[in-house]
Write a protein that binds this ligand. Structure first.
Ligand code: AMP
Length: 218
């Protein structure tokens, strides 16, 4: 049986940061739909060209494109044990597609940690966020700075500010989350998979709570 964790929460909640830590702890692959899109944009693939306008505006890329892309990623052999999903699913149709795919692959979602953070904090976090060029490692200029300014601690690549982390786009992304993704909280709560975690208690404390929730579910 392959196991999958779905990290739920608004942009800036800390899903990417936590997914990186948990992937190592549970020996699972971190699959971030946002990173997959950014890679396609960088490499100017056909998929990247289709997604570009949506990502730039902070809107969701249409479900068929997104589902196909994540499905291809989850079929790769490094996902044989399962994966930690960060940023996917983001709509009820994506959640249904994921359930169907996993049922065909002898896999299931075992736990859905939902990281909740107030809107003012999200804005502050996203506008101070720096992302690594090479692998998408995440820093914050105040809360989680790199050892050397502008350089990723883990792989030495340059850090940059994501175009969609600029203030206007951030507000829109939060609105899109509330309209399209927040319904998944109830969807997973009804399946008894959801654990709500306060995302403002510090990175290590959030990790501890997530590990507890996941271990209870395994
Ligand atoms: P993220 O890095 O998760 O904030 O994602 C960056 C952008 O990629 C989003 O604002 C969307 O444009 C796109 N994106 C990422 N994941 C999804 C998804 N599951 N469904 C639709 N669009 C997505």
């Amino acid at each position: 049986m392959r196991i999958y964790l779905v990290l739920l929460g608004p942009p800036g909640a800390g899903k990417g940061t936590q997914a990186q830590i948990l992937a190592e702890k549970f020996n699972l692959v971190h699959v971030s739909s946002g990173d997959l899109f950014r890679e396609n944009l960088k490499n100017k693939t056909v998929l990247g060209q289709k997604a570009q306008a949506y990502v730039d505006r902070g809107e969701l890329v249409p479900d068929d494109i997104t589902i196909g892309m994540v499905k291809d990623r989850l079929m790769k052999s490094d996902c044989d044990n399962g994966a930690i999903l960060d940023g996917f699913p983001r709509t009820p149709a994506q959640a249904e597609a994921l359930a169907k795919l996993l049922s065909e692959m002898d896999g299931k979602v075992v736990s859905v940690p939902f990281i909740s953070v107030p809107v003012e904090t999200l804005i502050e976090r996203l506008s101070g966020r720096w992302t690594c060029q090479a692998q998408g490692h995440i820093y914050h200029e105040k809360n989680n700075p790199p050892r050397v300014a502008g350089i990723c601690d883990l792989d030495g690549s340059a850090l940059y500010q994501r175009e969609d982390d600029k203030r206007e786009t951030v507000m829109h992304r939060i609105q899109v989350y509330q309209d399209q993704t927040a319904p998944l909280i109830e969807y997973y709560r009804k399946q008894n998979l959801l654990t709500e975690i306060d995302g403002t208690i510090g990175i290590e404390n959030v990790t501890d709570r997530m590990i507890t929730a996941i271990q209870e579910a395994l």
